[in-house]
Design a protein around this ligand. Sequence first.
Ligand code: ZN
Length: 384
Amino acid sequence: MRSSSSAAIASKPVPEGGEVIDATGKFLIPGLVDLHNHYRDGLEEWAWGLQLHAGVLTVRSLGSDHGQTPAMIAEARAGNVPAPRIFTAGVGFSHPEGFPPGKLGPATEEEAREMVRELAAQEVDLIKMWVDTFLDTRPKIEPGIRAAIADEAAQYGIPVSAHVFFEDDVWQLVEAGVRSFVHGVRDQEVDDEFVAMAQDNGLTFAPALGQAKTFWWVAEHPELLDDEEFRAGIQPPAFERLLDPGNRAAMLESESTARRRVAYDYVTKFVRRMNEAGVVITAGSDSGAGNIAYGWGTHHELEALVEDGGLTPLQALAAAGAAAAAELTGDPDFGTVADGKAADLVLLFADPLADIRNTRQIDRVMQAGVWLGRGLPAFPQPAD
Ligand SMILES: [Zn+2]
């Protein structure tokens, strides 16, 4: 980890024309991998610029590719737009009247299968589904439809990742073949039988703890409103709302926040239990949702995984490193600092193992062997 003391790297000959950096006292980590993001139509370059600035060099877009977003992802992959390495679910599934609005909402199993075939033709990297009532406000996608989606996706070898809240749904989805989850069990404490099932099936969870506490976090930490990287990564109207002390007080007093705190207590216990049992925990910020700023959100999630989820700083780095990379591809060439890998690197001023918040102390970011010019992008002005 300490870059100046790595004998293996120090002994490598410097390639001709190579630049030598004195990183004495600095710390080298792999470019961060964030498995849970939502990009907004027309705001993609802004979001990716924020993530590059924050050292987030691989991302997974989880089901919100609307409008120009698919075309922008294609441009990014072609190298025409600065962006992290992108994996995407395209547009995800929910109940026709479910949340979020505007998703794929098949009425029948055959329609669900047809929609999966269309996504397969678009060459999505995974399929996303939301399985949640959103605090009893929306219907959940039907179990038979979920199973049809998972079964059809399996025909094409496409993995499925499900947003979950209730333990019962995890059991049903695992039965249907789903192994990857975002968020976690938030309605009760799980028992030994659940833990064994999660171990036996190699389940992974990206719990989005930072997003879960966004409903009260800013109100309890108003100093965050002065944090440049937080401010830069949130859409201005949402930031304006947070500046109003009345709105922040309302966040703390609302009945839904009280319910969300109960859910948070369950999900943090869940993450601790899973992590202790060796079930893979990965980093996914849910950036683009609520008050989760792009870039900043990934570091916020790492902090929450340690502070509330009980991960060690090293485990948190793996959650945004090797563990996340393993979920994205069977043969990842990113997510670790090792010979022969893509040179996606973040050089830090301070030791992340001493304090996970030191991942924010960024000196430089290298993407595929090239140092990036860093800077917080301005929110795009409408063209009129
Ligand atoms: Zn999400």
